[in-house]
Design a protein around this ligand. Structure first.
Ligand SMILES: [Zn+2]
Ligand SMILES: [Zn+2]
Length: 232
C-alpha cells in the first residue's frame, strides 16, 4: 500500500468522532520487529461501510487520492477494535441522545393512535431517522471553525454568551446567512410535532407525551453539543 495514502486513511478512521476510548482494558500490538505496544482499548461507534463511504466523499471533496475500497476494508481487518452498538456507561450523552430518538418514535406512534394519519407518522418518523443517521455520520464533517451556516460554525456554537471577560467567546466576522437542509431537519421536526400536539384534545395522556417529547429533544440537543465539543 502507498504509505502516505495509508496514513491519510488511518488518521481519518481514528478521528475521535468515530471511535470511543474505553477507560478499562488494553490490547497489545505486536510489531514485526518483536516489539510489543500496549494501547488502550477502543470501540468503534460507526459501521465500517459507513466510515468508508464518508472517507471516500471526504477525499472527493478535498481532492485527495484514496486507496481502493477493498484496501480500506483491509485496514479495518488489521486494526481490530471492539464494535459495540451500546454505549451505556462509556458515553452516556451519546447513549441518551440515541435513546431519545426511540422515545420520539414511540411518541409519534402514540399520537397516531389518537387519530392522526398514518402517512403523517410514517413521513415524520423517516425524517427523524435520517436526522439521527446524519448526527452519527456526516454532521461532523460539516463542522468548521468558521462557517456562514450557524449550525456548522464551531466558534459561534461554542462561545459562552454569558462570559464577560471575552476569553470564552468569539465574535464571528462573517454573517450566518446560509442554512443547511440536513441540519434544519431537527427544527422542522420540532415544529411539525408541536403542530401535531396542538391538533389533539388536551387530555392528560397528551400532556405526558408532550413532556416526554420536550425531554427527548433536550437530550438530542445535548448529543449535538457533545459532537461539537468532540470535533473542536
Ligand atoms: Zn460564525
Ligand atoms: Zn448541516
Amino acid at each position: 500500500m502507498d504509505k502516505s495514502k495509508l496514513a491519510h486513511a488511518v488518521i481519518f478512521f481514528t478521528d475521535p468522532s468515530f471511535i470511543q476510548l474505553v477507560a478499562c482494558g488494553t490490547r497489545e500490538l505486536n510489531l514485526d520487529n518483536g516489539e510489543k505496544l500496549v494501547i488502550p482499548d477502543i470501540v468503534k461507534t460507526t459501521m465500517h461501510s459507513t466510515l468508508v463511504e464518508l472517507y471516500l466523499s471526504h477525499c472527493d471533496e478535498t481532492d485527495s487520492q484514496p486507496l481502493s475500497r477493498s484496501s480500506l476494508f483491509r485496514i479495518f481487518n488489521a486494526c481490530s477494535a471492539s464494535k459495540r452498538s451500546c454505549l451505556k456507561g462509556l458515553d452516556n450523552i451519546s447513549a441518551e441522545g440515541s435513546a431519545a430518538f426511540d422515545t420520539c418514535i414511540y411518541i409519534i406512534s402514540e399520537i397516531e393512535k389518537m387519530g392522526l394519519l398514518s402517512a403523517w407518522s410514517k413521513a415524520i418518523s423517516s425524517k427523524l431517522k435520517s436526522y439521527k443517521m446524519y448526527l452519527k455520520t456526516d454532521f461532523k464533517l460539516h463542522l468548521e471553525i468558521e462557517s456562514r451556516c450557524a449550525d456548522h460554525c464551531l466558534q459561534w456554537a461554542l462561545s459562552d454568551t454569558t462570559d464577560k471577560s471575552g476569553n470564552f467567546k468569539v465574535h464571528c466576522l462573517h454573517k450566518h446567512d446560509i442554512s443547511c437542509d440536513r441540519c434544519s431537519l431537527l427544527e422542522n421536526f420540532k415544529l411539525e410535532m408541536q403542530n401535531a400536539f396542538r391538533q389533539q384534545p388536551p387530555i392528560e395522556q397528551l400532556k405526558d407525551l408532550q413532556y416526554d417529547f420536550e425531554t427527548a429533544i433536550e437530550k438530542i440537543d445535548e448529543w449535538k453539543k457533545h459532537i461539537l465539543r468532540t470535533v473542536n
